[in-house]
Ligand binder design. Structure first.
Ligand code: NAD
Length: 535
């Protein structure tokens, strides 16, 4: 493990950033934030968690700024919606290329503002490219009018249209600040909407760099607006002015967003917290499962909504799995360096570190045992915490009940599968699950019984998340609505049905007695039930 003194790491760190960040880059990014002119305003500092040093000052936007952003977006939206989908597609594909070409700059920025390891930052870059490609090549077909069966065969012609919904608001968290703004905003914009994004105050820079590159790729100036500042202040005017709100964050805030969306009668999607289970069955490939659990539990220092915080191990493999898992967890390289060898970076803030530490201390006080980690690493940076494995965790412990959102996993043995399923499903959350077995049919049978929006068989989370063609989201307190796939696109559209009636109306016919109409319609419906293609 890294034992370099914190001071020299901080010095190295800063030198590295000044080398890689082009002069003026950060100030240019701040200039992209929507601000009403001519008034005094306060700023807040975005800090680099790895060293807890300020990076740049960002304006705390006001209600007035949000209204300006909404007005600009609404004005730009009409022309944008009238632009050919082909043109929107080309812009998104250019962003795809830019983000892959210039990934080093984005990785540096992501590492700097979140403290995450480079390999975790890379997941964001790849994810955005994936979303760009997927939706760019499908938007046209998703938006095409679709023929639907009419009320009366041959006499009614019915088709379904998909219109852009208007202006879509995004409120996003700090943990994947690029992915959780851009990957969702891309389908919204391809559908012909304008977008107003409110990133988290701790990490607003990656979304701004994404916006800069989108503009370079050809996005008209006002189609995407960014406002920065405290969610509690900005959400109200934002939700009051948009036609749909897309929120990713904690379940507590999600409930408040849902209430406001309800009040304003607009649609919303809520991507919320998780307490995700991983099941390792007796016949699992242990090497693969341990590798999967390392990523599943400690990717992004556990600050990942779909990461695994409860690990259920079947009795015959409990010791063997745990032996390897403890060894590899203890050897995981943690630190702030800018290379892909580092397994885990810093937590985002003092608050996050305190929460993780409080969960571990509460568990230990109530009888849990630390098998690996279990302490902060101020020698590496102010918010580093070791990847931690806990055993003998019980239901009274916070770490069992609540989402920790940190690098802490509780292991629990089980004998029979039914018992494991019951424990895994015994949670208010239902976001993601992982099952490891060589018997993939058994894995599939178990997967459908998991009350989670995504289930990975012989994978931790990346297989389901990366399947952008399929819906992704939470059951129970983990959310409402889905990102990805056709659902992740359709939520940003308003459907419209147009039906054209030819020759005779649906309903009693003129010049014919109502009784005759009733007999003909009854006979017709009886017949239709038996005609393939018309029923
Ligand atoms: P959070 O709810 O505190 O903040 C998320 C966003 O909401 C931020 O932009 C914040 O400024 C804003 N916000 C905060 N208070 C608000 C309020 N009262 N009204 C309106 N907006 C407000 O969440 P967080 O702690 O930053 O993020 C971590 C949580 O997000 C975890 O629970 C995690 O599981 C969840 N998450 C879920 C997904 C998913 O896809 N399901 C993805 C990432 C994170």
């Amino acid at each position: 493990m890294n034992t370099q003194p914190a001071q020299s790491i901080a010095a190295n760190f800063q030198q590295l950033w000044t080398q890689t960040m082009r002069p003026g880059l950060l100030n240019n990014l701040v200039d992209l934030i929507t601000r009403a002119s001519g008034r005094e305003r306060t700023n807040f500092a975005v800090r680099a968690p790895a060293v807890d040093e300020p990076i740049v000052e960002v304006p705390a936007c006001t209600q007035e700024d949000v209204i300006l952003a909404l007005n600009r977006a609404r004005k730009a939206q009409q022309e944008w919606a009238e632009s050919p989908v082909r043109e929107r597609k080309q812009i998104v594909l250019r962003l795809h290329d830019l983000i892959l070409q210039r990934q080093e700059t984005m990785l540096d920025l992501l590492q700097m503002e979140t403290g995450k390891a480079r390999r975790d930052a890379l997941e964001e870059v790849l994810d955005v490219a994936q979303a760009c490609r997927h939706y760019a090549f499908r938007a046209e077909s998703y938006l095409q009018p679709k023929w639907r069966k009419g009320a009366l065969p041959l006499l009614t012609r019915t088709w379904e249209l998909r219109h852009p919904i208007g202006v879509v608001g995004f409120i996003s968290p700090w943990n994947y600040p690029l992915t959780l703004t851009l990957s969702d905003a891309i389908p919204a914009m391809l559908a012909g909407n304008a977008v107003v994004v409110k990133p988290d105050s701790q990490a607003p820079l990656a979304a701004l760099l994404g916006l800069q590159w989108l503009r370079e790729a050809g996005l008209p100036g006002d189609v995407l607006q960014v406002v920065t500042g405290p969610g509690a202040d900005l959400a109200k005017p934002l939700i009051a002015g948009v036609d749909y709100i897309c929120f990713t964050g904690s379940t507590t805030t999600g409930r408040s967003i849902a209430r406001q969306a309800g009040e304003n009668l607009i649609g919303c999607s809520l991507e919320l917290g998780g307490k995700n289970p991983m099941l390792v069955l007796h016949d699992a490939d242990i090497d693969r499962a341990v590798h999967g659990a390392l990523r599943g539990c400690f990717a992004n220092a556990g600050q990942l909504c779909i990461s695994c915080e409860r690990l259920f191990l079947q009795d015959p493999v409990y010791d063997r799995f745990l032996h390897q898992f403890i060894k590899r967890t203890s050897n995981l390289k943690i630190g702030p360096e800018k290379n892909f060898d580092v397994g885990m970076g810093s937590l985002i803030s003092r608050g996050q570190l305190d929460k993780v530490d409080a969960h571990v201390r509460d568990a230990v006080r109530k009888g849990a045992v630390i098998l690996a980690g279990g302490r902060a690493r101020p020698d590496l940076g102010p918010f580093f915490y070791e990847p931690t494995i806990l055993a003998r965790v019980t239901q009274e412990m916070r770490v069992w009940q609540e989402e920790t959102f940190g690098p802490v996993v509780s292991v629990c043995p089980f004998g029979d599968i039914e018992e494991a399923l019951r424990m895994a499903n015994d949670s208010p959350f239902g976001l993601n699950a992982s099952i490891w077995t060589r018997d993939v049919r058994q894995g599939q049978r178990l997967a459908v019984r998991m009350r989670c929006g995504t289930v990975n068989i012989n994978g931790a989370y990346a297989a389901a998340w990366g399947s952008v063609d399929a819906p992704m989201g939470g059951m129970k307190a983990s959310g409402i609505g889905r990102r990805h796939g056709v659902e992740g696109f359709a939520r940003f559209t308003e459907s419209q049905t147009i039906a054209q009636q030819n020759l005779i109306p649906v309903g009693p016919w003129p010049f014919v007695k109502a009784g005759f109409y009733a007999r003909v319609m009854t006979a017709a419906l009886r017949l239709l039930r038996h005609i393939p293609g018309l029923r």
